[in-house]
Design a binder for this molecule. Structure first.
Ligand code: PMP
Length: 389
């Protein structure tokens, strides 16, 4: 299996094939049903098979999807994104997140005429040779223009920028530290502001990789609440509620760089995914998706906290509630977390032992309650096997 689906990364009992999905429920190919706490690794924001999104995609597909050029819906979508995302003055579209991050680096390089990019050690920006987390199949040359810094450590960013010298094209960063295998860590607003200052002083591009967080934390860009606007931002996952689409948004300083690139793909202009995205953005606002996500997240986090305490287990819950994640303080190699995840699965809840989870606006109180019944059994299994602590 590919990337994160690699069998070694999940307990052996995890299903690999899924038959169908609806709302916050998924069914594997053996017919088992689960409450879905992974939401397809992020794309499913409003719930699987959201009626308005499905209707918009089907209507567009009936008119035409993969054609000689984009549909007018591309302009509608670009205008909507530019209206919603504060820093954005233009938009371009692709399919996967990796397309968007790679394109954003190209835009910055075209605009600045420089080569070097700074990225946080361990941050995931996709699976292209410049950023894939494993080096198999890459060459040292693929990485020679990437310089690493430590997330939330501005001194390490300054040192990396000094190393790039006059060749610094930009900095790419995620809205918070959500690296698989680690507790999540929110961005220090001072760190975000310092990145903005550094990019301004050195006339480099600040690229916010909002692929995982976009639309789950905020209606616009994820750093808008802390008052830091990037030059470029990259989006995918939730923007079309499961339809394949990604976007690069940018400000006017980078418009010319973007317009000079040759980037494309046979399917990048498909209209159905764009129609799904327009419907997703409208439903996100009209249906109050953000407050539902926060409500479900708080209910889950509160319940997990109480259960762990009742079982005498020390856990950490980190990151925003809309993207829950927990670890056991006493774990050394995810042994408790694997047992927890495997037991939750047996009891009808699909979550992940080493990667952040995702909630959707379709997680109603009764679904969270059902999930909590399963996690209570999972905590009991951990306590029975490992004892309290
Ligand atoms: N950046 C971030 C922050 C991501 O979370 C991901 C996907 N997990 C990507 C980039 C790459 O997106 P994709 O898998 O669609 O290429």
């Amino acid at each position: 299996m590919y990337g994160h689906q690699d069998a070694g990364r999940l307990p052996a009992s995890y299903p690999q094939f899924f038959e169908r999905s609806a709302g916050c429920h998924v069914w594997d190919s053996d017919g088992n049903e689960y409450i879905d706490l992974m939401c397809s690794w992020g794309p499913v924001l409003l719930g699987h098979q959201h009626p308005k999104v499905e209707e918009a995609a089907a209507a567009q597909r009936a008119r035409g999807d993969c054609q000689n050029g984009p549909g007018p819906v591309m302009v509608e979508l670009a205008e909507l994104l530019v209206e919603r995302v504060r820093h954005a003055e233009w938009a371009m579209f692709a399919k996967n997140g990796t397309d968007a991050t790679t394109t954003a680096l190209m835009v910055a390089r075209a605009a600045t005429g420089r080569r070097k990019f700074l990225a946080a050690r361990g941050s995931y920006h996709g699976s292209a040779p410049w950023c894939t987390p494993r080096l198999d199949g890459t060459t040292p040359q693929d990485r020679e223009n990437i310089i690493l810094f430590e997330y939330n450590d501005i001194a390490s960013v300054t040192a990396a920028a000094d190393q790039a010298g006059g060749d610094l094209a930009g900095v790419i960063v995620t809205p918070f530290r959500h690296d698989a295998g680690f507790d999540q860590e929110l961005a220090d607003p001072g760190f975000a502001r310092a990145l903005r200052d550094l990019c301004d002083r050195r006339q480099a591009a600040l690229v916010l990789d909002d692929i995982r967080c976009g639309l789950r934390l905020n209606g616009g860009g994820s750093w808008e609440p802390i008052g830091v606007d990037p030059d470029l931002s990259t989006w995918s996952k939730a923007i079309a509620n499961g339809y394949p689409l990604s976007a690069v948004l940018g400000n006017d300083r980078f418009r010319d760089g973007a317009s000079r690139l040759f980037v494309t793909g046979s399917f990048w202009l498909s209209a159905a995914a764009m129609a799904a995205s327009v419907a997703t953005l409208h439903a996100h606002q009209d249906e109050g998706a953000l407050s539902q996500l926060e409500h479900a997240g708080n209910l889950l986090r509160g319940g997990l906290g109480e259960q762990a305490a009742a079982h005498g287990l020390a856990i950490r819950q980190t990151g925003p509630v809309q993207m829950p994640y927990l670890t056991f303080a006493a774990d050394t190699a995810y042994e408790r977390m694997s047992l927890f995840a495997g037991t939750a699965l047996e009891n009808g809840v699909y979550l992940h032992p080493t990667h952040n989870w995702f909630l959707s606006a379709a997680h109603a109180d009764r679904d969270i309650q059902r999930a909590l019944e399963a996690t209570d059994r999972a905590f009991r299994a951990v306590r029975n096997q490992y004892g309290p602590g």
